[in-house]
Design a binder for this molecule. Structure first.
Ligand code: PSU
Ligand code: MN
Length: 302
């Protein structure tokens, strides 16, 4: 397996010295924003993580190699190349055997982070059960990965393009801890409160790190969802964004958009119709998650 992984020397050194490392995904770069916003977003996450004293490791597949810690030029390639296939767990063997490039989702970023020994990952929002999922069975592979892979994922909950109550039920069934960092509410990405609760509100970073540490000691094989709401000043007006989401979800269904195209399609519609507001909010929450993930990674090395 090791010969399929290429770990950036800086990341390797940090891992070897038990220094804090934070994984980042590449689907959010290729499919979450347009160019050059995606490039700026990725480089800013890198900077924020370093400022907190941790090492960033953006993950992606390049010519069949799993890269842990993309260089600036490689990040640029994922940013410019928005046709890079989205690579979830089921796509991994095909993309690697064909020596293609693949943008890693939450699921595959977790999978590869675990292979490399990285324990903390920052992203925007996790995938989940889609609306009407009880009929379409469109349930993100992110949820199964969270059930099976031991990485702590700092995120702003899940977008309200998803069925959040069913997403939380799924995580409960799979035994995945869903906790808040300084929040009682499970956030829904652009807004701070989905109407559902987290199981516990960790107010203090050392306490959160201790919980993740205990989970690792117990060898519980799942991930952890650490819900970190969008900063108050960047949150969108709930009725404004929910209306746009409803429109986008309906439109996706009417147009027959299916499978792994659904999430990127809805995101791009929101970015277009919100006059850029969703892009600004999306960036703000990703930055905040990068910061909190770095603080968690630092606390976990103590
Ligand atoms: N949620 C977001 N932005 C994203 C994604 C999710 O707010 O860009 C991406 C992540 O990479 C996530 C993937 O893992 O979409 C989920 O896609 P699907 O629903 O097809 O599993
Ligand atoms: Mn899906």
């Amino acid at each position: 397996m090791r010969n399929l992984l290429r770990i950036n020397p800086e990341v390797q050194e940090a891992l070897g010295n038990n220094q804090p490392v934070v994984a980042l995904e590449s689907t959010i770069i290729s499919h979450g924003f347009s160019y050059p916003e995606n490039l700026n977003m990725a480089l800013e996450c890198d900077r924020i993580i370093r400022a907190e004293g941790a090492i960033p490791a953006t993950i992606g597949i390049i010519e069949g190699e799993i890269v842990i810690g993309l260089t600036r030029d490689e990040i640029q390639m994922f940013a410019e190349n928005r046709e890079t296939p989205k690579c979830s767990r089921r796509d991994v063997p095909t993309i690697i055997s064909l020596k293609q490039n693949g943008a890693t989702t939450v699921a595959t970023t977790m999978m590869f982070a675990q292979m490399a020994g990285i324990k903390v990952f920052a992203t925007g929002g996790i995938g989940g059960v889609h609306f009407n999922g009880e009929n379409t069975m469109d349930i993100s592979a992110d949820l199964e990965e969270l059930a099976n892979t031991n990485v702590a994922v700092v995120c702003s909950g899940a977008k309200s393009i998803l069925d959040i109550p069913r997403t939380l039920e799924y995580l409960e069934t799979k035994g995945v801890p869903v906790v808040g960092y300084q929040t009682d509410a499970f956030p829904d990405f652009y807004t701070r409160d989905s109407g559902k609760k987290v199981t516990y509100n960790f107010k203090n970073m050392d306490d959160l790190a201790q919980m993740v540490h205990i989970k690792n000691q117990l060898n519980i094989k799942s991930g952890v969802v650490i819900a970190n709401p969008i900063p108050e000043e960047s949150a969108l007006e709930p009725s404004f964004i929910r209306k746009l989401i409803q429109e986008a979800v309906t439109e996706a269904a009417t147009k027959g958009i299916e499978g792994n195209k659904v999430t990127p399609y809805i995101l791009s519609v929101l970015h277009e119709r919100s006059e850029g507001k969703s892009v600004v909010a999306n960036k703000a929450l990703v930055f905040n998650n990068s910061k909190v993930a770095a603080q968690l990674a630092v606390a976990m090395t103590k």
